[in-house]
Design a protein around this ligand. Structure first.
Ligand code: PHB
Length: 250
């Protein structure tokens, strides 16, 4: 892709424009997008105009800009995560029916746990994460599973720190994290009480594909006082069924 005068590529600029949208900032003016993306006003207006033209962004009745449904359509329909989501949803529904609270599916993405799907009871307890949100690998139950069973390079990179604290109970000591990951591998699940937020416990298990590789973490987020064992029983059955649906035979 051609470079602009300032050295960043057109792709960089488009990504920066798209990254200005967040759950709490879903509509913006072209000028706000430009400022937040670090683009000169004329460039921002032209680029936003082109993206609206293509449907990747949309203009509402007040001429403010939001993400285009076309972007979701293109990103979703051929995504390899769609297969994973489709394989997981029936089992996630069963876990959710038995345990309530929150049932979630996450994958490793750029050294973080990216949430692909979440089912939540209307009366469920606290949860800091939404679909398409990210959790730190060392602090969340799904992240611990993805780290423990994942690529050695990723594990060593995360262990090299820094290990940011998200609550008083987050593991921030590399040696303690190494011990926790060994425990997760030997138990086959991760329990993270109060690690992301003091009031919740995350419980997660690995999901494997036909090669046996761990491709996702299935988890529940429970109120701190809730029993972990019933959730673990359901999660294990569900992870086995999802792994089978993905072609894993063992
Ligand atoms: C977790 O996966 O450990 C987790 C996720 C979200 C929360 C709490 C815990 O709000």
């Amino acid at each position: 892709m051609a470079n602009s005068g300032s050295g960043d590529s057109m792709t960089d600029r488009v990504v920066r424009v798209l990254e200005t949208f967040t759950p709490s900032r879903s509509v913006q003016t072209a000028a706000q997008i430009g400022r937040r993306a670090g683009l000169p006003p004329s460039t921002a207006h032209r680029l936003v105009g082109e993206l609206v033209e293509s449907g990747l962004l949309e203009r509402d009745d007040d001429r403010r800009i939001r993400m285009g449904v076309r972007l979701w359509e293109l990103a979703t329909r051929s995504s390899h995560t769609l297969r994973l989501r489709e394989a997981a949803l029936p089992s996630m529904g069963r876990v959710q029916a038995r345990i309530g609270e929150h049932t979630q599916l996450a994958v490793l993405e750029q050294d973080e746990a990216l949430l692909l799907e979440r089912l939540s009871d209307p009366d469920a307890g606290s949860n800091v994460i939404r679909v398409a949100g990210r959790l730190p690998l060392h602090a969340s139950s799904s992240g611990l599973v993805l780290l423990a069973f994942g690529d050695r390079d990723v594990r060593e990179r995360i262990l090299a720190g820094p290990l940011a604290r998200t609550s008083a109970e987050t593991i921030t000591d590399p040696a303690a994290l190494r011990r926790k990951l060994a425990e997760v591998r030997s138990l086959g699940h991760a329990v993270a009480p109060g690690s992301i937020e003091a009031v919740s416990t995350g419980v997660a298990v690995p999901v494997r594909d036909e090669t046996g590789e761990v491709v996702a973490a299935l988890s529940v987020v429970l109120p701190r006082r809730a029993a972990v064992d019933p959730a673990l029983v359901e999660l294990r059955v569900a992870a086995r069924d999802i792994s089978r649906a993905l072609g894993h035979r063992r």
